[in-house]
Design a protein around this ligand. Structure first.
Ligand SMILES: Cc1cc2nc3c(=O)[nH]c(=O)nc-3n(C[C@H](O)[C@H](O)[C@H](O)COP(=O)(O)O)c2cc1C
Length: 153
């Protein structure tokens, strides 16, 4: 979803992204510039993580991507109803083990969540809303993507 940044600036509401953030289901499929996507994910990647391991990966899909329909099909019917209107679907993945020592990475979902929070607020600065989703079959999607050592969240 996109909103009118200039209007918000005029109303002086841009100062507090925390207050204007919410999770709309009414979404627009308006195209987003690649430079904006790059900026949002650069910020997501700059968030803190245990041992600075950055245990996240983001799969950014639009309707032209071969994986788009497969990803959509792992969602509950209700979630498919609103998610199919979004201009991007983002699959988030977290690493199971630390790269440097192979031990279980018990903080990886925590780290991923924090990164998504960064992403969400940076997107909002660009006038883009993100709605997160747990209502999909995480096991099925992880299997479908065939990603060893990673889990879709
Ligand atoms: C981990 C997580 C899972 C969520 N799963 C869903 C979901 O499956 N479907 C949905 O419509 N919203 C989902 N949401 C969005 C929440 O319902 C929403 O953030 C919450 O109601 C608070 O509303 P707000 O974000 O507008 O403040 C999820 C949010 C999070 C953080």
């Amino acid at each position: 979803m996109l909103f009118n940044l200039n209007l918000l600036k005029k109303q002086n509401k841009m100062n507090n992204l925390f207050e204007i953030r919410y999770s709309p289901r009414a979404l627009s499929d308006k195209e987003i510039d690649n430079s904006i996507i790059e900026d949002i994910f650069a910020i997501a990647g700059s968030s803190p993580s245990s041992f600075n391991s950055q245990p996240w990966r983001f799969l950014i899909l639009d309707k032209s991507n071969v994986l788009y329909n497969k990803v959509l099909s792992t969602m509950s019917n209700f979630n498919q109803g609103w998610a199919k209107n979004a201009s991007k679907l983002i699959v988030t993945l977290a690493r199971n083990k630390y790269e440097h020592n192979g031990k279980n990475y018990k903080h990886s979902f925590y780290d991923l969540g924090q990164s998504v929070a960064y992403m969400t607020l940076r997107a909002l600065e660009h006038g883009i809303y993100i709605r997160q989703m747990g209502g999909f079959d995480s096991e099925k999607l992880t299997e479908l993507l065939n990603v060893d050592s990673w889990k879709c969240k």
